[in-house]
Design a binder for this molecule. Structure first.
Ligand code: TYC
Length: 123
């Protein structure tokens, strides 16, 4: 018996679509719209640390001068640092945050105070 004869016929395979390049429109430049992929820069917070020796007034003036806070805000930040042990004076891109840290350290060194601050990435 011829088994091949009982097989159903194969379904026809559709021919692949013919793809033709679209005709050139004469050399005009087409710009594709792309999703924005650049991330915002990592931000750094300048954290000031409490100590037992630096005068409160000095800290307030430093915060006013280098972090551009008014006297009331600077006083609130200083008191938060005094009570909590540390506090954020400002948030900046990395290089600016590092410059703030150097400025504060240099001002403290010149005045003979042990005031410390550091920069750390946000989140
Ligand atoms: N604790 C200090 C004092 O009692 C004041 C102070 C506040 C020092 C904030 C450092 O970052 C500081 N004189």
């Amino acid at each position: 018996m011829n088994l091949m004869a009982t097989q159903p016929p194969e379904p026809p395979v559709p021919a692949p679509p013919v793809v033709r390049p679209k005709s050139d429109d004469g050399g005009s430049v087409v710009l594709e719209r792309r999703t924005q992929r650049t991330k915002p820069p990592q931000m750094y917070q300048v954290v000031m640390l409490n100590d037992d020796y630096t005068p409160m007034e000095f800290v307030v003036v430093v915060i006013q001068e280098f972090f551009h806070k008014d006297r009331e805000t600077a006083t609130q930040i200083m008191l938060k640092i005094h009570l909590d042990g540390k506090g954020i004076c400002g948030v900046y891109p990395r290089d600016i945050a590092n410059t703030k840290v150097e400025q504060v350290q240099e001002a403290a060194r010149q005045a003979g105070h042990p005031l410390q601050c550091l920069s750390e990435p946000v989140e």
